[in-house]
Design a binder for this molecule. Sequence first.
Ligand code: ZN
Length: 546
Amino acid sequence: MKKLTASLLSLLFVAACAAGPDAPVAASDGDAESSVLLAGGLVFSGDASPPIAADVLIRGDRIESVGAPGSLDADLVLDVSGLAVAPGFIDLHSHAVRASAERSGLYRWPDAENLLRQGVTTVIGGPDGWSPLPLAEHFAAVEASPAAVNYGAFVGHGAVRQHIVGLDDRPATAQEMAAMRAAVEQAMRDGAFGLSSGLVYIPGSFADTDELVALARVAGQHGGIYISHMRNENLDVLDSVAELIRIAEEGGLPGQITHAKVMSTAMQGRSVDLLAMVDAAVARGVDITLDQYPYAAGSTGLTVQFPRWSRDGGNAKLAERLANAEQRARIRDELIYQLTEVRGRNDPANVQLAYCNFDHSLDGLNLAQLLEQRGRDVSIANAADLIIELQEAGGCQAIYHAMHPDDVAVIMRHPRTMIAADGGIEAPGNGHPHPRNYGTHARVLGRYVRELGVLPLHTAIHKMTRMPAARIGLDDRGSIGAGMVADIVVFDPDSVVDRATFTQPHQYAEGMRHVFVAGQAVLLEQRLTGARPGRVLRSAAYEVGN
Ligand SMILES: [Zn+2]
């Protein structure tokens, strides 16, 4: 047995880096005899129970055993006394892959440092109704260039609809419905974990509830869940919750409200009503869960504020309508309403630009600042004009400070809520993203557990590990126990903290000491090792060579 000190570890680390990213640092993936012992830590199993003092033995890519302190031995022993040992965090809402390869962090930054420093070892993509298609090809491409983290996906309803119906605002024909059902079925056989929808986006918003029920039923028949960015998250959010519950109930499958929230001043406090609807559905046997990021601001494109009729046919059609004076005025009226009553909460400063492809000098400014910069009065009407101008110039991603912090905490406490970032793989210098990309999981552990006492630590960890794993049927991840895949995080519960803010988002979280993926160290003594042992995860419905 070798007792590893920090200095010996750093020597190993340097040797591994010199040998290149393929050289394993701790437990080996190729040598079944190689073992690592995490000794002296406080072990959180991932279930909803308090931690125990125990040693964890990793052999190859699995956890071989969990034993009383001092009872186990290994080739290498890592002293983790005073630290928390937990399953790697699993995030069910990830934008690690986006519609364009140059914005897909999984390909650009496969070391996924912003995720590893929060303790995230598995991300599930294909959220909000968009996924690459066909999934089989997509998964093969990811497998050909592995990342540091594991990756799986939902199949996106919007992607399927765009492929078969296009971007028009009309019901699908019977023939198109059959083709969409077949596409969802194929994606499930390719290993998707269920069907996602994004009903504020086009073309998702053009689907009626019956269409979603029919496609969700196919996903459910293959063991999948239905996870939805709902049609409305502000004034009509409760109607949207009712729609999601109906889709789960009539579709015969579990449903999940993703990034659960209530936006707008008028809806402040109504998270209680949202959760009461979930509880009532669960009580009558409909399996509903939620996920959430721990911030009182959301992020999406500026176009979600435009009226649905103006987006029929896509951005080119929207541009034509903006060129028509009468239609432009109607759109402007809707934007004034949105800025006053909904996402803007009556202050242009509540809408912040995150990412403008046509001019990155705008990234990070809010609409009040941009109006001032351009010598215009800060008013709701001028902000509406500005949004139209930004859209005509190419459009932007935005951050909307439209929630109340109390609602965030109320939703987080609910026993059926898990944690998911709704972020991607990011790196410094790339636009001005929402801080959730860098901070989500560390923020829950540092701010909501340690500082605010909203949750006990073991409950927060459960919401990041076994709970999401169980939701999508990952039977051998999300727990510390013999036979489980050794995706493990070791962190300091007294210092773990998020550093990313809305003004300075590109700041890594702190406090993660070691992170293992399939038994390989990807973060060791707080340093990236360069190893990329991440795998593509497919659902139990996956049929080889289907
Ligand atoms: Zn979303």
